[in-house]
Design a protein around this ligand. Structure first.
Ligand code: ZN
Ligand code: ZN
Length: 249
C-alpha cells in the first residue's frame, strides 16, 4: 500500500534531475501527484461519484502541465456532462481499459478514492498470491522486491489503480504461471541494476521488478517511469508488457 507521503514528491524531483530524457513526464507526474495527495487529504469517503466536480481541478492541472495529446483528450472530456463522465469512468472500471490519455486521467482521479478503499479493507496481502489486484481487479503494472520480517527478498505486485501491493511468487510468470527452473530472462541497464525486466521464456510477457534492496528510496511506480528506456527497448524486442503503467507504456 503506497500512501501519499512527502518523500514520494522528493523522489520524483530527484528522478527528474537524473533522467533528463523523461523529465517532462516526471514533471507532469509531480503535478498530478500533488492533485492526488490533496484529494486524498480532503475526502472522507470512497464514493468518487459524489466528488465528480473535483475532476475539473484535475483537468486544469492536465491542461497546464500535460502533453499535447492529453490536452486534446481533455477538450473532448470537457464537452461531457458530469453524469456522462461518471458513466465513462464506470465503464473504464468495468472493462479495465480505455485509450491511454483517458486512462491516465481516470486513474489519477480515481486513485485517491480507491486507495482509501484499499486501506479500509482487511486484505491479507501476503496470502492473496494472484495476478490481479484483490481490491479493484486490475492487473499490476510493476513489481518490487523487498525484505520483510518473514520473507527475505519477497516480491510484491503493485496495482496501478489503487496502489495495493500483494505478495507473489518471485519466480512465477505473472501471465502464464510458468515457474520452471530457467523460466525467465532478466534484463537491466548496467548503470541501474535495481530495475529489471523479468521476461517469461514461455509466453514472452514481462513485468518490471524494482529491487528495493538495492535502492531503498525507490517508489516503484515512479522509478518504473524513470526507467522507461527499458520498456522502449522491450517493445523493440517484441516482449509484451503484462499491464501498462500510468502513462500507457
Ligand atoms: Zn487495485
Ligand atoms: Zn509466461
Amino acid at each position: 500500500m503506497r500512501l501519499f507521503k512527502e518523500y514520494h514528491l522528493e523522489r520524483l524531483m530527484s528522478l527528474k534531475d537524473k533522467h533528463a530524457e523523461v523529465s517532462h513526464i516526471l514533471d507532469f507526474l509531480y503535478h498530478t501527484e500533488l492533485f492526488k495527495k490533496e484529494m486524498y487529504a480532503q475526502i472522507k469517503d470512497v464514493h468518487w461519484e459524489r466528488h465528480i466536480k473535483k475532476i475539473y481541478h484535475l483537468f486544469d492541472v492536465c491542461d497546464a502541465h500535460g502533453s499535447p495529446s492529453i490536452r486534446e483528450t481533455l477538450q473532448e472530456l470537457k464537452k461531457l456532462s458530469k453524469e456522462e463522465l461518471i458513466r465513462k469512468m464506470e465503464r473504464f472500471l468495468k472493462e479495465r481499459s480505455a485509450p491511454d490519455e483517458e486512462r491516465f486521467i481516470f486513474i489519477t482521479f480515481l486513485n485517491p478514492f480507491l486507495s482509501k478503499l484499499s486501506e479500509s479493507m482487511d486484505i491479507k496481502k501476503d496470502q492473496w498470491l494472484k495476478n490481479t489486484c484483490p481490491v479493484c481487479g486490475f492487473k499490476p503494472s510493476v513489481s518490487y522486491i523487498s525484505d520483510t520480517e518473514e520473507i527475505e527478498g519477497a516480491r510484491y505486485l503493485s496495482c496501478v489503480l489503487c496502489n495495493t501491493a500483494w505478495l507473489y511468487n518471485r519466480t512465477k510468470c505473472v501471465k502464464c504461471g510458468n515457474h520452471e527452473d530457467d523460466a525467465f530472462e532478466y534484463y537491466y541497464d548496467e548503470r541501474e541494476r535495481y530495475a529489471l525486466l523479468q521476461v517469461c521464456k514461455k509466453c514472452n510477457t514481462y513485468i518490471k521488478i524494482i529491487d528495493m534492496r538495492i535502492d531503498g528510496l525507490a517508489v516503484p511506480e515512479f522509478d518504473d517511469i524513470a526507467t522507461l528506456s527499458l520498456d522502449l527497448w522491450a517493445k523493440e524486442k517484441g516482449f509484451i508488457k503484462f499491464e501498462k503503467n500510468i502513462i500507457g507504456l
